[in-house]
Design a protein around this ligand. Structure first.
Ligand code: PXP
Length: 239
């Protein structure tokens, strides 16, 4: 069964709406752990629109499961991550004006820079995952730059509104996941997943980690954080 890493960014989004100290993403992270998640994911964006540096440090200190830090390859964020020592970093492309991460990294055009950065994390024993679209060229490039894992962008799959489009997006993820597993990369997926659409993705056997945030935080407003995480773990378990 794929393991669930709960992304708590949007707990911080609600807090930042008032620039005060609650709700606290650490509190949500600790509840998610008691509900049985395998890890906590946070995205420290360059514009600090939700998660702040102090959140990452506090979560790092307090959680018992793994910390996955999503980040761009900007120099100051890389230095922060090296110092803070998450268990895993996931490199994502970042654009200031985007509402959320809009697509995967183009690893094929950034090989030299990525290789250098990945080497630094590898020396510290930090796992490196690259958030990419389900494209075989990107998977091969991820191997070339020395990544440990890839996370397939399920954004297009989650936006598909016809059966045909859904099947074709799922097929792309399935094929790319087989390739990444064959090439010995750990295989993750995420973006836009919810209890209704997670099952087909979770059924792809080689996918071992799912990063899910917005739908869990949204559902938590109605049923509470523990129940929302439990619902998602059960939906993944049905795969
Ligand atoms: N994976 C990556 C790389 C992301 O950037 C995000 C969004 O922060 C997610 C997964 C989770 O996406 P969602 O919030 O739509 O579940």
């Amino acid at each position: 069964m794929a393991q669930l890493c709960v992304n708590v960014d949007h707990v911080a989004t609600v807090r930042q709406a008032r620039m005060i100290s609650s709700p606290d993403p650490l509190e949500a992270a600790l509840i998610a752990e008691t509900a049985g998640c395998a890890g906590i994911t946070v995205h420290l964006r360059e514009d600090r629109r939700h998660i702040q540096d102090h959140d990452v440090k506090r979560i790092r200190k307090s959680i018992k499961t793994k910390l996955n830090l999503e980040m761009a390859t900007a120099k100051d964020i890389v230095e922060f991550a090296i110092k803070t020592r998450p268990d895993q970093v996931s490199f994502v492309p970042e654009r200031r004006m985007e509402v959320t991460t809009e697509g995967g990294l183009d690893v094929t055009i950034r090989q030299k820079r990525l290789r250098g950065i990945i080497e630094r994390f590898a020396r510290k024993g930090i796992i490196v995952s690259l958030f990419i679209d389900p494209d075989p060229d990107q998977v091969r490039a991820a191997v070339d730059v020395g990544a440990d894992a890839v996370e397939f962008n399920t954004g297009q799959y989650s936006l598909a509104r016809t059966r045909r489009k859904l099947a074709s997006e799922l097929h792309k993820i399935d094929k790319a996941a087989s390739l990444s597993a064959t090439l010995d990369l750990a295989t993750h997926a995420g973006h836009g997943l919810n209890v209704e659409n997670v099952r087909p993705v979770a059924s792809i056997e080689v996918i071992d980690e799912l990063n899910i945030g917005h739908s869990i935080v949204g559902r938590a407003l109605i049923v509470g954080f523990h129940a929302a995480v439990t619902e998602m773990i059960m939906a993944i378990g049905k795969a």
